[in-house]
Design a protein around this ligand. Sequence first.
Ligand code: GLA
Length: 728
Amino acid sequence: MSANQFTDMLAPGIHRHSDKNSWMLVTKHSTYAVGITSEGLLLQLYWGTRLPNFADLPEAQIPHERSSHDVALTLAREEFPAFGGLRYGELAAEALFADGTRDMDLRYQDAEIGERQGLPELRLHLRDAIYPFEVILSYRVDSENDLIIRSASFTNTGKEPIVLKKAFSAVWHLPQQFEQRRLTTLAGQWAQETLVQQRPIVADTVQIESRKGIPGSNAYPWFAIDTQANEHQGEVYFGTIAWSGSWNLRVSTRVSGETAIAGGINEHDFAWILTANQSFETPDFIAGFARNGFNGTRQRMHRYVREHVLPQPQANQPRPVLYNSWEATTFDVTEEGQSKLAERAATLGVELFVIDDGWFPARIHDRAGLGDWRVDPQKFPRGLRPLVERVHELGMQFGIWVEPEMVNPDSDLYRAHPDWIYYFPERPRSEARNQLVLNVGRKDVQEYLIGLLDPLIGDHGVSFIKWDMNRPLSEPGWPEYVQSGHDAREIWVRHVQGVYTIMDTLRARHPQLSIESCSGGGSRADLGILTRTDQVWSSDNTHPDARLFIQEGISHILPGRTMGAWVTDTPSDRVWNEIPLRYRFHVSMMGMLGIGGHLLHWSDEDMAEARIWIDAYKQIRHIVQDGEQHWLVSPTASQGTWAAVECLTPDAREAVAFAYRRTNPFWNTTPPLRFQGLQPDARYRIKTMGQSETPAIELSGATLMHQGLTLPLGRSSYASCILHIQQI
Ligand code: GLA
């Protein structure tokens, strides 16, 4: 960016226009501008395609009121509108002051520059005109990925307590426009997560949320708003809230064409008491702008997650092929049974063996045992060490399942500490899956869990934990906290902070540890949890037909290296028909490959074939886990009949394409597969993986992208192939 006559560059990507009291956040392809009005209000001035000249931007001004019903403050594009005065649009904050005043009046004070997450940061300080209350708005600029990362921090600078009633992370405004926009969200339920939903935007408010204390599977905290965009073209605004608890995202559109997006921690049953000098910090709300369609948004999110979210150094290491014994043995876990599975897994080339639920006392079904994180002496008379040693001898890492936030009423922990859960003294304690939720906001509960999990990891050489969370919070009470003068509505946040604290402590003590976030599948797969976990279990549904939809949905946010995908058995009590092993592998190989089938039941042919695919996966995982992901054929668009995904190294020298044709009821030829992102003039060698007898062919990048490639899929249902493409 060349120097601009009126602007100073304060940090890379952060410019200030001194005459106009405004700031421009400039990324590779976008500009985001905010400014201060003469009254000291902070307004958004622009968000969209990068502008060559900041001096052209307007000054910040409150618009004229349209009528006494359409008042100026509501029409203003305020960056952080707080409940107060004539504000009736989306709000970011609400507070109750000690004298009963519930109205806020935030005015600009000053600005500073900093750095966080390795990104330059602009901090704008606002202060209430009367009350001792400060808000610092943080804007971090990820220039490469055209993202702005926003959060807010609230401080009580006085003596009397202040109750925060709503503390969103940000409000974003889109340019006023009459041309039809479209909203894309992800919806689901257990075993049916992250399904793409699209609807035209009309003048109303759309709200997606979770009130469960976890992000939940009913919606993912993400949105995209486009104007006639497709996969590779068109303007898309998009964003996600990095929070592992209850969240709320609202998209409000006025009949006059203005759209605002507000989001953060759900205000439902939320309160946070700020006593003297205390601060409260919101989670990040990450948002961006792309002109190259949904694929443009996907690449930006994937890079951001790899570069700024996932824990290091694991984020730069290949994710291992794992075996998980849950579907094979459920609660019937023994040293002998697990050793046999481990031996079979090792012969396939599996690198991480994970023992799932059922290894702790009384855990012969899901009605007992949660909370007592000790090795069951009946199932493991010699302890867990001999099994771990066997797994290590076989050349694999060892992983184990835990569900730390939970307790079964039938457990030693609950018998000793019935007050360690959320409860209201006079109400029944609602169970789900026979379990109750531990109050991990309590320090003693955190210490108890760290006290058991730390030696479980350290003494046993555990490299990986699958951290599960199988029910939402209910009866969110904490009587002891209330008795000591606090507000128990804080638990929605304190629970998440408690989980983060435990995970952060375990990771700090065991730097090589990896964690998988599971919540009955994909109910906790947000970027907050991914700051301290390495991957997510995207769904308990491993049916490949379902998986194509689920994996397409989650790919809008998460890169391949985070998306757990297992090959399981068919037919089974969940997948009623037989599906070729090859097809099941091919669907799982586009993510973080795992095996979940009962290997002792696999035939020699199955084992031989599995070896071929695991070996193939290791050859391409650098592209799958860290490359660009392009959905060449959307399963949603094809109504599940077919799908194709291409993964590509950033230098476009190597790619891999997965193609799936589930069914072809009208005997049509499958259209040639047209690739994306290759170098047009370069020559590429194309090899069908797993079929050494098929000769490689050579074609130019241009031919592959424009004419396309006829796929070797034959005529049957559940036909699939993987093509490995290398520049010559
Ligand atoms: C949840 C998980 C499964 C498995 C079971 C164990 O349902 O999603 O993968 O770990 O718990 O009880």
